[in-house]
Design a protein around this ligand. Structure first.
Ligand SMILES: CC(C)=CCC/C(C)=C/CC/C(C)=C/CC/C(C)=C/COP(=O)(O)OP(=O)(O)O
Ligand SMILES: O=P(O)(O)OC[C@@H](O)CO
Ligand SMILES: [Mg+2]
Length: 250
């Protein structure tokens, strides 16, 4: 299986303090809005577009959205599935994730087993990802039956990341949850960075450049921004974020 997207992300991450990935929630944005947003965020310096939603079930709609985004931007489009319904053919890659701290085995191995044949059939590049949900009260936390790692317990997150490393997973995604009131804190990112030498993604509740800089300085390779851009006029904040952590826009 090709590692084209993974190699691209790793080489881009070497050039910047951290990359920015933008999450387009296929349950919220219609096709025109998604295309406009994708073009805007590419211009603003985002390195990849993630498409997904914790309860996305409209595969036809997602398929069309991904296809339209692909035609509009050069940066990779990566699926971010909350379930097997989040797998569509048109993307470049998929976070093939294991919600390691779920209480439900479905989100640890069963969705993956059910989805794997489609990933192969569609030729999607699978990015092996340990998805760790931090804190509680968000959609991903609820839908994924996560036993959220307490925000103030960096060593627990680091232990999961170490387990992910020993499993051979090459990505860890520390997720406070979309729209989280409190983002993952830099102490936890630092602890996980010490334990895990792969590609470290941090997301959930990041809304300003100051926070983004702290998380990048703590060792994140990429930050995910979603909810912020669901409000009009916030592209400027994204430009500020990319400038602060990368010193550049596209
Ligand atoms: C690999 C395959 C086939 C599936 C993975 C299945 C797993 C591990 C799911 C994890 C649990 C889960 C429900 C994750 C959702 C991730 C996601 C797309 C979050 C985005 O959050 P939103 O759905 O936008 O939240 P809002 O409700 O706030 O919009
Ligand atoms: O929507 P926000 O809070 O930016 O979170 C993005 C992403 O980490 C959610 O999966
Ligand atoms: Mg959302």
């Amino acid at each position: 299986m090709s590692r084209r997207v993974e190699e691209y992300l790793k080489s881009e991450a070497k050039k910047a303090n951290a990359l920015v990935f933008v999450l387009i929630d296929s349950e919220i944005s219609n096709m025109d809005a998604s295309i406009k947003l994708a073009r805007g965020v590419e211009q603003a310096g985002a390195s990849a577009i993630l498409v997904g939603g914790s309860s996305a079930t409209d595969q036809m709609g997602m398929s069309q959205t991904v296809q339209a985004i692909k035609k509009s931007v050069k940066i990779p489009v990566i699926l971010f599935p909350g379930n097997i319904t989040g797998i569509v053919p048109e993307a470049d890659a998929i976070f093939f994730s294991c919600l390691m701290n779920s209480d439900n085995p479905y989100f640890i191995t069963q969705a993956q087993a059910l989805g794997a044949p489609s990933v192969l059939k569609f030729g999607l590049e699978a990015l092996p990802t340990a998805y760790l949900i931090i804190g509680q009260g968000t959609s991903a936390w609820f839908v994924g039956s996560a036993r959220g790692i307490p925000l103030g317990k960096p060593n627990i997150a680091a232990a999961y990341a170490l387990a992910a490393r020993f499993f051979g997973m090459r990505f860890v995604y520390l997720e406070a949850g979309s729209g989280a009131a409190t983002n993952v804190n830099p102490e936890m990112v630092r602890a996980v960075r010490r334990a895990f030498d792969g590609f470290l993604i941090v997301g959930g509740g990041i809304r300003d450049a100051g926070t983004a800089k702290q998380l990048a300085d703590a060792g994140a390779d990429a930050l995910v921004i979603g909810t912020l851009l669901e409000q009009d006029g916030k592209l400027e904040t994204l430009v500020e974020i990319t400038k602060t952590i990368q010193g550049r826009t596209a």
